[in-house]
Design a protein around this ligand. Sequence first.
Ligand code: NAD
Ligand code: TYD
Length: 342
Amino acid sequence: MTMIVTGGAGFIGANFIYYMRENHPQERVVCVDKLTYAGNLSTLRPILEDPAASETFRFLRADICDRAAMQALFEEEKPDCVVNFAAESHVDRSIEDPEIFLKTNILGTAVLMDMCRQYGNIRFHQVSTDEVYGDLPLDRPDLFFTEETPIHTSSPYSTSKASADLLVMAYYRTYGLPVTISRCSNNYGPYQFPEKLIPLMIANALENKPLPVYGEGINVRDWLYVGDHCRAIDLVLRGGRIGEVYNIGGHNEMRNIDIVRLICRELGKPESLITYVTDRKGHDQRYAIDPAKIHRELGWLPETRFADGIVRTIRWYLDNRSWWEEIVSGEYREYYRRHYGE
Ligand code: NAD
Ligand code: TYD
């Protein structure tokens, strides 16, 4: 079997590639990635430098919006399935400049699905997000997102992801393309780009820099260890019902401020580093996934408790300083200055 994994040089895609190599080592993975600021080939270095991997792994630098490049790739590889992780993924950047989000997240998904249609109705899985459901109020802890919750987006990022989801369902209904969609809550773990909450706070704390918390820090996210997300996608890919959406989440809701305090504690850093900054525009209050469907139909349950996963993640950033120090330079420095000021 040959699987195209797009966005495999990013956080979740790379973790998924490592998951595949461990759990389905006989299957060939072709990673397609544009290597934007968020893509890092160094993440895949151990596979790229392993001569024994050349049969079962290929990396192609390409843009999923580039129809000619995708056509050549599908022609050459004749893949059995496509898992689409490639996306612009940061809400704050989407607020600053939405256009590239529309291009990559919507048009890129359409190009990939056109290729799937053209080359024999290839199985397509879209990696989506709980953010397509909008947010829940802080004072209604009884409410959760189910697969039936209406799409109701807030940011240009979540709107672009929701648009892609609608398009995926349109290709299913109109052309009979064999698709599935998974909508996961916030992930954390190794190889996450330091612009996102958890790695940003770890990296800043290690350098004794201010820890910028938006608003009052009371917004709630539902955190899942990235390995549990990868296993869920694999299950949906192999056993999920075609044309269905599966929510993924581990019932692990936390306020941002509590996460930042926990990171300070684990690293032995003072909470005086915490700096409250101007709130994000349109900031979603609470995300909370009801994962009953994937549990009932595919037997999925999260395996990593947050208390263990966060310690493992902090340890990973401590042990892999060179990985993120290389990244926390150039374009990211400029973004950081623009977004947070000096
Ligand atoms: P990321 O930003 O770390 O990685 C995205 C990858 O896509 C990068 O390697 C980048 O180079 C690549 N890419 C961007 N534009 C491309 C293009 N036009 N062509 C080819 N490659 C391109 O993102 P992530 O956090 O790993 O998220 C992966 C997917 O999972 C996204 O679709 C995101 O919406 C979804 N998701 C993320 C989370 C989360 O908490 N991070 C939660 C739920 C869903
Ligand atoms: P983020 O990691 O950007 O994920 P998302 O917005 O997709 O959930 O942010 C997680 C939460 O942390 C969100 O409520 C915004 C907040 N946050 C901060 O308070 N400070 C920061 O510097 C960042 C990047 C995020």
